[in-house]
Design a protein around this ligand. Structure first.
Ligand code: FMN
Length: 329
């Protein structure tokens, strides 16, 4: 008996799972794999660079996703403050008639009307109650409440307390939980908190169809959640101008150990350090180049096809909820 929630109804999903639109990871192949398995597959538009997220890239990856999955249950996620600098990318995404556009990290209000006029639903990822209220006012159809456990960029509130508070504040707009959800236990917990589903990033980074360097998935499997950290040093070295209060959660490595807490010194050494960093990223030297990943790495023991990850997660959640439902009164 599949899990049926307001999220599955709204998007015509078989399972209440959304692939996070991860920059450098969620390309057309991964989005298609999640969509084909009955979830919502969001392509990660990232910073809209030529190598990842730019116009040609977006057209190519969307075509791959459509060919492989049939075109249903697909969308694109953008980093809102970055999209504001390259708004044409929204036109490019909407031309593919996506099911949804997701906006994270910034004010969604100026994009909402264009998204709805094109017939797409608007998903807004937020990290605070205030941002949840603003997203509802801007016309969000779904709110993703993202806790600090999450891989990649985020803020400081934890998933456990944030999700039910956002559920209360956003009602009747459905809320999806994000941050630290990597198996059926997390999905069942999200539903128990009142969420209509889960948005999953780190677990799908260790999927066979994930983009990025092939070594990254194995590093995630080997990593422990005690050794992730929110930091700005990876943004400084890559020249990504993230506004406050966002930091990126990464696996701690030699580079992060060397520079976290010494941001001003790093900023003064950019000329030397950034060439070294770019070389490490290109060759998959993850002692130096960062892997964005969340605390849920503890729960990831293998690199699997995304469809298997999704079906395993939902089957486990269903079993847990069935067991709980049979508690004597
Ligand atoms: C490698 C990686 C890259 C990410 N890139 C983006 C991004 O470009 N845009 C975005 O909205 N969120 C991004 N995120 C955050 C996800 O949207 C999501 O909140 C997070 O992955 C959920 O937590 P989890 O990693 O514990 O599943 C990224 C996450 C990871 C792990």
């Amino acid at each position: 008996m599949p899990l049926h929630t307001p999220l599955t109804d709204l998007f015509g999903l078989q399972h209440p799972i959304i692939l996070a639109p991860m920059a450098g990871v969620s390309g057309g192949a991964l989005a298609a794999a999640v969509a084909s398995a009955g979830g919502l597959g969001l392509i990660g538009g990232g910073y809209g660079d030529e190598a990842w997220g730019g116009e040609d890239w977006l057209n190519r990856e969307y075509a791959i996703a459509t060919e492989t999955s049939g075109g249903e249950r697909l969308g694109v996620g953008f980093i809102t403050w970055s999209l504001a600098k390259k708004p044409k990318l929204l036109d490019v995404a909407l031309a593919h008639k996506p099911t949804a556009i997701m906006l994270s990290f910034g004010d969604p209000a100026s994009f909402s009307e264009q998204i709805h006029k094109a017939g797409a639903l608007l998903i807004c990822q937020v990290q605070t109650l205030a941002a949840a209220r603003a997203a509802v006012a801007a016309g969000a159809d779904v709110i993703v409440a993202q806790g600090t456990e999450a891989g990649g960029h985020g803020a400081s509130r934890g998933t456990m307390a944030l999700v039910p508070a956002v559920v209360d504040a956003a009602a009747p707009v459905p809320v999806v939980a994000a941050g630290g959800i990597a198996d059926g236990r997390g999905l069942a917990a999200a539903l128990a908190l009142g969420a209509a589903g889960a948005l999953v990033g780190t677990r799908f980074f260790a999927a066979a169809e994930a983009g990025g360097h092939p070594n990254a998935g194995e590093r995630i499997v080997a990593a422990g959640g005690d050794h992730t950290r929110r930091t700005s040093v990876v943004d400084i070295i890559r020249g990504k101008d993230w506004p406050q209060p966002y930091t990126g959660r990464v696996l701690v490595n030699d580079f992060v150990d060397r520079w976290h807490g010494k941001e001003a010194v790093l900023t003064g050494n950019l000329a030397d350090e950034s060439a070294r960093y770019a070389e490490a990223a290109a060759t998959g030297n993850f002692d130096e180049a960062a892997i964005h990943a969340g605390e849920a790495v503890d729960l990831i023991h293998d690199v699997l096809p995304a469809g298997k990850i999704l079906s395993g997660m939902t089957a486990e959640a269903e079993q847990i909820l069935r067991n709980l439902a049979s508690l004597p009164k």
